[in-house]
Structures are given as structure tokens and as C-alpha cells.
Design a protein around this ligand. Structure first.
Ligand code: UD1
Ligand code: MG
Length: 480
């Protein structure tokens, strides 16, 4: 069926006091993005004509998270009906279907909302369609009072319900589809004469029935309708979302060795024949191409990994990491804002930040790009096929030409031409037999023996002459 014109009101002005948080409840993240953004993403699948988000007076973050959709500010939180009235300026002229959803119910699907709109446009053409569900614990939910022929007669809030009404299992999820040309005529007649002293949106059902308008309901799935009011409910919702994302990854052709230990963000994209080992966390903004092997214990965020690359175990890819085709990033390697081009290898204990590593370059263990001077970041450029010896410090800004070789243990602060060898090691001095002569002398001195008596041969005497200055060094270094 083709949908008629649709406007959606999202209620998000509540304080979420049970979260015990400084941030508005709907800004708490699920799979790496605020729950309100999840909901807006779902609502957009319906291609609505309008979305209006009702927020409280001090919620600029929520306004930013839902932009470009507009917000309406509900100055005083006088109830869910009052909240929809706050969106009146943007909706009173709207004659299509109005959907009302709650910002703290982020797992709702567009398929369910479509079923509600379909019900609105099927006999008996109800003016109000409510999404009902049968929770395991009906507790504080509003109860649906259903009459003959499945006609919805009223919604009774738990606090206003009789014992008999409380035994009804069919509850109000909070989602409603309403005929736009009827909505404000009903809302304008709400009263707050009830247990909470609030203007309940739910009362529009009995008002519509009094006007002789039909009202109906559809039934939804409990897990999809879970409302998030506390940190525990947030954790349950996260686990539900993660299971869905794991399933999606596997259905898309990725192998997850231990799916329950892999955590995705809402936007993680994996290609086919990607293997993800145990205990891998994907932050937002990650795209992984086909045939990539991500080994155990990696943390990856804001990064792209091209086909055939190998990452980990124990690798960290930070925002701006671009791992090229068939490149290798190994254990205890951190990459930030850097591209590792085709087939390059950065395999052990290395930090690469603000850099380009050319194709097939080899970065030795313990290499560090020194990209930050405490004030500014600087770039390191390593040419194709270059070889950086282990434990080198590359002091940016610096360029290493194609094919150059940097000797192990170098500190490179000047550009290196292509194909050159650079060695920056200190002098290598060998004093044969020095160590044993030194030990003998020290042992004797410690025992209070005559110094000269300890020296037995010419070799020892030679060593003795050398001991003095070296000993000083040794002494200083042990004091450092
Ligand atoms: C509401 C329903 C109840 C339903 C339950 C489902 C009413 C009167 N009751 O109760 O039938 O079973 O949801 O979860 O609607 N909000 C505002 N402004 C306000 C008050 C609330 O924007 O002045 C927003 C909240 O941010 C929240 C939503 O409306 O997103 C629901 O409000 P809440 O107070 O949680 O309603 P419940 O008591 O749970
Ligand atoms: Mg609630």
C-alpha cells in the first residue's frame, strides 16, 4: 500500500531521572550513537513529510542530534498530551497521519509503524491506532480497554486503574497513529483530572470514542518496544542491538569466531569473507572490505581496511587509519590518521600517527613517528619500499624517500633521500676482557684487599688502566 502523508512527533522532553545522569536520557548511546538518532534513522525509513521532536528547555544536544529535523520546546512537562500540543505550531495544518513515538523506545522498527498506518487505512478506518503489546511484567504500563469487535474503547493509566483493569495484560507501548485532522480537536479537550495531574495523550482514545470515532490497535513485539528508563534497561537494549548487528555481519558473509565477544557500532560495514576473531570492538565509522582477517583483541574506530589486509592480534586503529590492500598491521601497533599503502607491513610494537607509509614499505618493531611537539602535529612521509630498522624514532615533519633503509635504533630528524642508507648510531667501543678485570678489582676493593695484589698479569694491568674512565661512566649510569 502507498502511505498517505505522514508526520511524526517524537516525545523527548522527559528528564529521565532514573538514568541518574547529566545528559538527557535520549542522548545515551546504543551501538555508538544516541538512542534518539537510532529512532530518527528508523523514522526516516518511512519517508515522512515531517518529523518534529519535542524537547525540554535545556536540551541543545538533542536538537543537534536530530537536525535538520526541527524541535519544539515543551516549557513545562505537563504530560504526554501536553507534549504533543507543544508541537502544535508545526502540525495543526496537517491532515495526513500523525504518528506519535517516544524517544526512549529506540528499538521500534519501521515495519511495525507501517502496520499501524495500514490499520488506520483499513476498515473500520480508526481515527486512532495504538500499538499494544503484552509485556511479561505489565506493571506501570497503561492498559488497553477493548470492547466488542476489537474496538479500542480507552487506555487506562496504571495509576488510575481498578484492580480488575490492572489484571488486563494488553498494554500501551506509547506509539499511536492518529488522523491528523482529528488530533488537535481531541488534544484541546484533554483534562489533567487524574492520578498524576498530567494531560495524558492516552485520553484521546476515550474522547474519540465519545465522538463516535472508531479506534483500534495492533500488537507489537515486547523486545522491540522496550522503553529505556535506567542504566540496566540501557544495557539490555545494547545487548539486543549487538545481537542484531552480529547477525547482520554473519548474514553478510563475515565469520565471527566468537560472535558474543564482538561489539559493533550501528554503522560498521564488513565485506564478504572477513574473519573477525574473538574480543574485537568496532567503534563508529569503520569500513572493512572483503577478505580481511581481523585477529583477536583489536579496537578499531573511524578506520577503513582494504581487501586482503590483516589486522592484529592486539592492534588499535584510531580515527583516520586507512589500511591498504594486503597490508599487515600486527600486535601492539597503534595507527592514527595515517595511510598504510598496498602491502606495507607494520607488524610489531609501533605507533604510526599523521603519516603515509608507502606501498610495500616495512616498518620495524618499535618504530615511533614522533608526530607531536606538545603544541602541533606534524606529518611523516615514508616512501614505497622503504625499510625502517627496529626501534627508530622518526621526528616529524620528515620524509623518507622511496626504497631508503634506516638502520635500527635511529633517530631521524632530517629528510632522507630515496634509496639511501642512514645510520645514526653512537660509536661502538669494545674493550676485551674489561668486564672481568673490573669485577675482580671491585670484589677486592669490597673485601678491603690490597689493590695491587689483585693484579696478576699484563692483560689485567692493561684493563686496569681502562677501568678508571669507564667505571666513572658506569657509576654515573647507576646513579641516574
Ligand atoms: C506512557 C503512557 C503509558 C504507556 C507507557 C509506555 C501516557 C499518559 N502514558 O507512560 O500508557 O504504557 O508510556 O512506555 O502517555 N514526555 C514529554 N513530556 C512530558 C511527559 C513525557 O516529552 O511532559 C515524553 C518522555 O520524554 C517520554 C515519553 O513522553 O519519552 C513518555 O513519558 P513517560 O513519562 O515515560 O510516560 P509513562 O509514564 O511511561
Ligand atoms: Mg516511560
Amino acid at each position: 500500500m502507498t502511505l498517505s502523508q505522514t508526520a511524526i512527533v517524537v516525545l523527548a522532553a522527559g528528564l529521565g531521572t532514573r538514568m541518574k545522569s547529566r545528559r538527557p536520557k535520549v542522548m545515551h548511546p546504543l551501538a555508538g550513537r544516541p538512542m534518539i538518532a537510532h529512532l530518527i534513522g528508523t523514522l526516516r525509513e518511512l519517508d515522512p513529510n515531517r518529523i518534529v521532536v519535542v524537547i525540554g528547555p535545556d536540551m541543545p544536544d538533542v536538537a543537534a542530534a536530530v537536525a535538520p529535523w526541527p524541535v519544539a520546546v515543551q516549557q513545562d512537562r505537563l504530560g504526554t498530551g501536553h507534549a504533543v500540543l507543544a508541537a502544535g505550531d508545526r502540525l495543526r495544518d496537517f491532515a495526513g497521519d500523525v504518528l506519535v513515538v517516544y524517544g526512549d523506545t529506540p528499538l521500534l522498527t519501521s515495519a511495525t509503524l507501517r502496520r499501524m498506518l495500514e490499520a488506520r487505512h483499513s476498515p473500520p478506518y480508526p481515527a486512532v491506532v495504538v500499538l499494544g503489546f503484552e509485556p511479561t511484567e505489565p506493571g506501570g504500563y497503561g492498559r488497553l480497554i477493548v470492547g466488542a469487535g476489537n474496538s479500542l474503547e480507552a487506555i487506562i493509566e496504571a495509576k488510575d486503574a481498578s484492580a480488575e483493569q490492572l489484571s488486563i495484560r494488553l498494554c500501551n507501548s506509547g506509539v499511536m497513529a492518529i488522523a491528523g485532522d482529528r488530533l488537535f480537536g481531541l488534544l484541546d479537550r484533554l483534562s489533567n483530572d487524574n492520578a498524576k495531574g498530567e494531560y495524558y495523550l492516552t485520553d484521546i482514545v476515550s474522547l474519540a470514542r465519545r465522538d463516535g470515532l472508531p479506534c483500534g490497535f495492533v500488537i507489537g513485539d515486547e523486545q522491540e518496544l522496550i522503553g529505556i528508563n535506567s542504566r540496566s534497561e540501557l544495557a539490555s537494549a545494547e545487548s539486543f542491538v549487538q545481537n542484531g548487528l552480529r547477525r547482520r555481519a554473519m548474514e553478510g558473509g563475515a565469520t565471527l569466531t566468537a560472535p558474543e565477544t564482538v561489539f559493533f557500532s550501528w554503522d560498521t560495514r564488513l565485506g564478504r569473507d572477513v574473519t573477525v576473531g574473538p574480543h574485537v570492538v568496532f567503534g563508529p565509522g569503520v569500513e572493512v572490505a572483503d577478505d580481511v582477517d581481523i585477529r583477536a583483541f583489536c579496537h578499531i574506530e573511524g578506520a577503513t581496511v582494504a581487501a586482503g589486509a590483516q589486522v592484529g592480534p592486539f592492534a588499535r586503529l584510531r580515527p583516520g587509519a586507512r589500511i591498504g590492500p594486503a597490508a599487515h598491521v600486527g600486535n601492539f601497533v597503534e595507527i592514527k590518521n595515517a595511510s598504510i599503502e598496498d602491502g606495507a607491513k607494520v607488524n610489531h610494537l609501533t605507533y604510526i600517527g599523521d603519516a603515509r607509509i608507502g606501498a610495500k614499505a616495512n616498518i620495524g618493531a618499535g618504530t615511533i613517528t614522533c608526530n607531536y611537539d606538545g603544541f602541533f602535529k606534524a606529518h611523516t612521509d615514508i616512501g614505497a619500499g622503504a625499510f625502517i630498522g627496529s626501534n627508530s624514532a622518526l621526528v616529524a615533519p620528515v620524509t623518507i624517500g622511496d626504497g631508503a633503509i634506516i638502520g635500527a635504533g635511529s633517530a631521524i630528524a632530517r629528510d632522507v633521500p630515496a634509496d639511501a642508507l642512514v645510520l645514526t648510531r653512537g660509536q661502538h667501543t669494545v674493550k676485551a676482557g674489561w668486564a672481568s678485570a673490573f669485577r675482580r678489582r671491585q670484589r677486592a676493593a669490597a673485601a678491603g684487599a690490597d689493590h695491587e695484589a689483585v693484579l696478576t698479569g699484563e692483560q689485567d694491568r692493561q684493563c686496569e688502566r681502562a677501568v678508571e674512565p669507564f667505571e666513572r661512566c658506569l657509576h654515573y649510569s647507576s646513579m641516574a
